[in-house]
Design a protein around this ligand. Structure first.
Ligand code: CDP
Length: 223
């Protein structure tokens, strides 16, 4: 049980379901801290590629994860360099999903993720926030949307950032990533039995944020 630990809202779900945007907005509204756990997996993949380490080399990649020199402060800083937009590239997302399947890498990132739990509270987004990292979260949300809606959102996001993209390739990437994230043996993407299922296919970001905030208010009333 959470005891006196700060409350956590865990938002899990597949690629491009809007978790990041929603989690960040909810955190801002509540004045809570925000953990983008996917960014940690992306950083590990990035740092491993940068160091020329094979992504299947579990001990090499988990060493990178343990020793990651990263600061989240007005952007993401790896070894004192701002990594920002490049981290969001599809190639890094795919590499992240490969290193995320390695049990020792997940283990290496656990304490780092839990350290984000600071007063007055935390909103954390990822795949296993409610199942593994914060099983005692006050509220667990499973955010999803159809693969087509998610590919469409990702396409617009990349266009807004001036990055090129092909709709068909994005849809295929999303399907591949869903399959890999759901099928892996450790901490697979799945809806916890105590998570609330929220399909965002036909909802705007504002509507989703409002629903999460309303659910949190309700959760606070449960002793
Ligand atoms: O939102 P999107 O799926 O594009 O990316 P992300 O949330 O930044 O996550 C990138 C990859 O990291 C995912 O495909 C997952 O394989 C992995 N991941 C994970 O395994 N566990 C987490 N808590 C967060 C991300």
């Amino acid at each position: 049980m959470a005891g006196n630990l700060p409350p956590v809202i865990a938002i899990d779900g597949p690629s491009a379901s809007g978790k990041g945007t929603v989690a960040e907005r909810v955190a801002r509204d509540l004045g809570f801290h925000y953990l983008d756990s996917g960014a940690l997996y992306r950083l590990v993949a990035w740092a491993a590629l940068d160091a020329g380490i094979n992504l299947e080399n579990e001990s090499g990649v988990s060493d990178i994860a343990l020793n990651l020199n990263v600061i989240f402060n007005d952007g993401i800083w790896l070894n004192q360099k701002e990594v920002g937009a490049a981290l969001r590239e599809e190639a890094i997302g795919n590499a992240a999903s490969r290193v995320a399947a390695l049990p020792r890498v997940r283990q290496a990132l656990l304490a780092r993720q839990r350290a984000f739990r600071q007063p007055p509270g935390l909103v954390a987004d990822g795949r296993d926030m409610g199942s593994v990292v914060f099983p005692d979260a006050r509220l667990k949300i499973y955010l999803t949307a159809t693969p087509e809606a998610r590919a469409d959102r990702r396409y617009k996001q990349l266009m807004d950032k001036g990055m090129g993209a092909s709709m068909n390739a994005l849809l295929q990437d999303i399907r591949d990533r869903d399959a890999r994230d759901s099928a892996r043996a450790v901490a697979p993407l799945q809806k916890c039995s105590d998570a609330m299922y929220l399909d965002t296919t036909a909802l705007t970001i504002d509507e989703v944020v409002a629903q999460v905030l309303a659910q949190y208010k309700l959760a606070l009333q449960v002793p």
